[in-house]
Design a protein around this ligand. Sequence first.
Ligand code: ARG
Ligand code: ZN
Length: 880
Amino acid sequence: MRDATPQTVYLKDYTPPEYLIDSVELNFDLDEQNTLVESRLCMRRNPQSTDPGMSLILAGEDLELVNISLDGKPLAEADFAITPEAMTLHRVPQDRPFVVNIENRINPKANTALEGLYLSGSMLCTQCEAQGFRKITWFLDRPDVMTRFKTTLTADKSQYPVLLSNGNKIGQGELEHNRHWVGWEDPFAKPCYLFALVAGQLACVADNFTTMSGRQIALEIFVEQHNVDKCTHAMQSLKNAMRWDEETYGLEYDLDLYMIVAVDHFNMGAMENKGLNVFNTKFVLARPDTATDSDYEHIEGVIGHEYFHNWSGNRITCRDWFQLSLKEGFTVFRDQQFTGDRTSAAVKRIEDVNALRTRQFAEDAGPLAHPIRPEAYIEINNFYTLTVYEKGAEVVRMLHTLLGAAGFRKGCDLYFARHDGQAVTCEDFINAMEAANGVELNQFRRWYSQAGTPVLTVSQQFDTQAQQLRLTMQQSCPPTPNQPEKAPLHIPVKLGLLAPDGSPAPIVLDGRQHEEITLNLTQSEQTFVFDKLARQPVVSLLRGFSAPVNLNMPRSLEELAFLLQHDSDTFNRWEAGQQLAVKVIFDLIEDLHQQRPLHLNALVVKAFNGLLAEEGDDLSYQALLLALPDESYLAGQMPVIDVDAIHHAREFVKTTLAHDLLDDFERVYRIHHRDESGKFSADAIGRRRLKNACLSYLNQLESGASYALAKAQFEQARNMTDQIAALSAIVNSHHPDKAECLDRFYQQWQREALVIDKWFALQASSHMPDTFATVQRLMQHPAFDMHTPNRVRALIGAFSQANPLHFHAKNGEGYRFLADQVLALNTLNPQIASRMVTGLAQWRRYDGKRQELMKQQLHRIVATEALSKDVYEIASKSLA
Ligand code: ARG
Ligand code: ZN
């Protein structure tokens, strides 16, 4: 909890650690409420440190000291001091190695923050990133202190038959009173944020993997007994990831054992602890009847992500937490590539860009904007953001685009070779890219230090006589907190040209001809001249979304429809459809504001008609082409967000399309509606996706036929993708059987926590008028629990972040509700509480009345006593 004013930590203040820990031995005597930790630290002064002090400061929080000695001699009261955040040993040897022995007690059951050692159900587990280890014992809790860990776990044999930690198992034995112990040793030095232990009654699903050099790796997934039938996909995903990293990056796994444990209570998605990943059950458990196709995809992606961290994160880690994007941006990029290779690269790219533009762009345009390498923080847990992760991945992707796949790989090879076993910086990563490719990336470095989404404004001029197209690009970047002025960035702009018949037009630039080109925009304004064009081409710009920018290029509806039909770049083809819909929806919003009757432009109907008639082979892609832009994406484009108008205009387009193209939607639905439960081929997934896209349109009609269709699918579904799509249709309509279906679904799945999360989230994000009352009622539901982050995200998170229409209710009830929940969570789980505050951070984007109501709640939060650092930082920065 917060004392007076929380301290800000600055990147510019970084200094090397004063001491090093060569090795540590940990002994845990595990107990739910009374765990004894013994730690033996072999330490010495860091020759690199210039600080002349004689004292040693170890970080530690919520610990009860039992014993402390230095080189075997118990310390007297006067030899050390303890504060709520640290312990200082006033005098330690400077000229030789020394040993510190500490014994302390902790209470895992009281640890509702789920950081450090805590209880999830009946199992004990840890989460140490970023600074959870200090809640286990006193330590140099910083990523540039890398240590070899030896860990012994002792516990009751019946309650904790499985005892796990990092590395290799080196011994085990029985003790009296039904107790036992297991010893673990991790041969790789690591920072303490990668430490983990797990103890509990766990079932193990085992397999193995043979690496490219022929080594056999044991793979073990630990889950509660009732979940052993949901691990097949996770195991296969792990093997796919291991193979992929060998083939794509030449990186092989290094220990003989790889373990994954799935826990119900987890603040985030998963954690890459060396050899012992701890996962949120959401990203492990899947069975066709309990998990959707997108759950399957996310599981493979997150398993890949944590696996890839073994190199990009563990073998080479971050010097300090400001460098977080070094491991996270890079690893997200790697998991995106992996999923793209495993599924449809086109679909994956669109999904990633969609998420980036709706969510990260909002963060980058608001009061919490920060560079991918932040310069200051109060609570580091607040910086596991869309910017550090997703924009960070875009920056790595741009390097990949600029250097080419082979050049990028050379840079990665050099980075891994140079820095194996070290804690390094983003700068080291760029240096390796430069050195391996003989290039200079000085201007590109600004992507690491500059916040905000650049705006790229493009104008074109065609000269028929000269057969020339002049493309002028201007870049600018709006001011962000503490960064009023921005310097121009190095922006790779991928471009193609289309002839009037839709075929590719040659790109002739500076006498050289290309089919596609990546332009280097480095100045504030630059003009590119393309020659030998008999007729004016249509420009396809920023192909594949080659840079995380807002593109501002005036286009007619006709031009967008043309690109939607002809662009060979799958991303830009989809994007043309999105921009077409955006334009049309904004015209309708204007009509709403002027109280004019609404009419849907015939061009849109025609374009959708064309899409529905298509018989392409990537059906998932086709389904994406049919999806209208999200309400939150539309909100991001509006100077003053009008949630009601956005909702009504978008619904009008959807309903009109359903009316006008009823037969087409029905036909496509019928073609693809078949039972392929348990089949996860791209085809089967695509059919489900396309069919359910049609269902969602047909559902707009609120007709007997649409009700019957949704109900039939709900009843017959044998896979979760179809069942939840049908239930979602039912919930988002006046379906007469809504209550019955919701109840049946609950009865059917009450023992599957992850499915019940869906049940909560679906109701919380409904656009039907009674949603707020439903949310309040669900808060009282026996299955709702503030101690379970997944549940909190499913109900409070879904309502405040995925239901703009009702969260932003004019009377402010949504805001008051959210603030109430933030304050309730603040004492229980500060990390989750602070995630929930973000719903209020964007207050400047709304009308005056809503602004006042949102600010009121933020002020109320900031004024609360005993506010956590986490919540304080987000709420106070939102108001600044
Ligand atoms: N490193 C983990 C990952 O792979 C996430 C850890 C998040 N930690 C936190 N304190 N929020 O993404
Ligand atoms: Zn990560």
